[in-house]
Design a protein. Sequence first.
Length: 245
Amino acid sequence: MFARRGAEGIESYGFALWNMNKQEVISQLQSLANPANVAGMARYGINPNNTLGISIYVLRKVAKEIGMDDALADQLWASGIHEARILASYIADPTMATEERLERWVAEFDSWDVCDQVCGFFEETVFAYRKAVEWSSRDEEFVKRAAFAIMAGLAVHDKQADDSTLEQFFENIIRAATDERNFVKKAVNWALGNIGKRNLNLNEKAIAVARKIQLINSRSARWIAADALRELTTERTQRKLRRKI
């Protein structure tokens, strides 16, 4: 659906990764491990289990070295290694995605950063809109977060979507606004904010949705509404949207 990251080869770490198998890539990831980073990541709510402490920026460079390799992506996911799973989403081919894979991967999310990075891949597949709606009603914390992370991504990246396509998410946002779990409510707010910053029409409608959420007797709903209204009504946001006309 959208332009993928470049696959040109670079050798910034002194090794080329073209045509490597799963174990060779994992060995290279292990050579880049930074255990000191793991504790810092944990402080930001990132699951430290099976985590090597490699930054997103490094993983993106490694992905460029590998290029798109859909079969390898699924093998790396199966490793269970935190960074290997993020890397898998960078090199997977969205045109080859199956619903079975999306369901399998989302069910195994165990950290918000894996969720958010992998959703960048999910939003490029033909299943994105349907899964965003379906998963918004699921109970699992990171599955539900994934729904709204996809919505947030689509609002920014799907340039072809008309307003009505994104407006369909408002009902899901309102319904999920009472979820008190931190990783869910922040994603709900993220989706509402991104839709409301797409253009003036959606901004007006997102503000109306936020005011509706504000009336719900829920601490989470009040937080989402307050944060969204603060972001969507600022002069800076309004000025940027007026420039888009």
